[in-house]
Design a protein around this ligand. Sequence first.
Ligand code: C5P
Length: 230
Amino acid sequence: MSESKIIVALDYPDKTSALNFVDQVEPSMCKLKVGKELFTRAGPDMVSVLVKRGYDVFLDLKFHDIPNTVKNACHAAADLGVWMLNVHASGGRAMLEASLEGRDKSQHKPFVIAVTVLTSMDNQSLAEVGVERDAQSQVQKLANLVQECQLDGVVCSAQEASSLRDQHAAPFLLVTPGIRPQNSQTGDQKRVMTPQQAMDAGSSYLVIGRPITQAQEPISVLNAINADIL
Ligand code: C5P
């Protein structure tokens, strides 16, 4: 278990390279996120290994399906002993409620959070799928629905965090990717914030991938960020 607010995105193509990173850290230093690529290649066994080693694991599979399927998928994910899992808020009220029903069937009780609008979507791409309101107000609308359905929080960009925090007080969780420590490469992330800025904006946890995993010295970067946001 870890008190760290950092969730390291284990965006590796296979179990060996993921474990190569994990071998260098300790559960007290960070939580770990397993996403679609690693999960599809390495399977639930990868998740179980991390849980057995004592890590808080965020299983980032963004479930989006009919309520019954999402209920059963969330039950299965919770049974892996993960700390957090997620679904798409746009799946609607019945699906969001079903995600909690599935979670509650497990003896483990992970946080269930929801993605509002993917940060890769802009107003134009939303219009193309029939959403006429702008991205920001769509995020607000879906976050309200997520809270009404009593999920534990949302994934959001750090830019959205402060306005969401005004509407949704803690313990509602704001989990924010798109974090770049000062002087690090932005890569394909366009709107970035430093770890401290994101925490000041009301983030609960920071999802950080490449600035740590691709660093020459991942552990020093991780330690420095942990110290920065204490
Ligand atoms: O390497 P980087 O720090 O950009 O990794 C960010 C992680 O957060 C990746 O796993 C990415 O898939 C995820 N993510 C994101 N933006 C979102 C949602 C998730 O970057 N809106």
